[in-house]
Design a protein around this ligand. Structure first.
Ligand code: ZN
Length: 137
């Protein structure tokens, strides 16, 4: 696997607007995008911190992945996303090393990235997202 950097940190929140207020007014960051990702049943808000983004995730459906996460664990850090070169190859590599995949193939995430999740059972508790911006090339 070829990781270049932490692309973003995903944080589950109950109320996107209230959380945006915190990140803007207290942390002094500017929200540059709000986007609904229907596939994942979330609304997202993005902030840039150096080369890494903060991705806030608000559930649009209590039965969706973020809705369930908040129900079980409450608000907080949800996943780490690593930018990789060659996401398909990376998935094959980690699968061959015994890591359980949530997504067998990349799918389209927020901001037009190709994304895939690794199961936290295989990653010592860290829900791990691999992503690749193929528009970069
Ligand atoms: Zn993410």
């Amino acid at each position: 696997m070829n990781i270049s950097h932490i692309e973003h940190i995903g944080i589950a929140v109950k109320n996107l607007e209230e959380s945006i207020q915190y990140w803007e007014n207290v942390m002094g960051l500017k929200c540059y995008a709000v986007e609904e990702v229907k596939d994942q049943r979330v609304r997202t808000a993005f902030f840039m911190v150096g080369g890494t983004k903060i991705e806030l995730l608000e559930s649009t459906d209590p039965e969706g992945p973020i809705g369930k996460f908040i129900e079980k664990k409450g608000e907080g850090v949800h996943h780490l996303a690593f930018a990789v070169k060659g996401i398909e190859q990376s998935l094959e590599d980690v699968a061959s090393k015994g890591v359980q995949l949530i997504d067998q193939k990349p799918r389209r995430g927020a901001e037009g990235l190709d994304i895939a999740f690794l199961h936290p059972k295989s990653t010592f508790g860290v829900l791990t997202e691999l992503c690749e911006n193929k528009n970069d090339k």
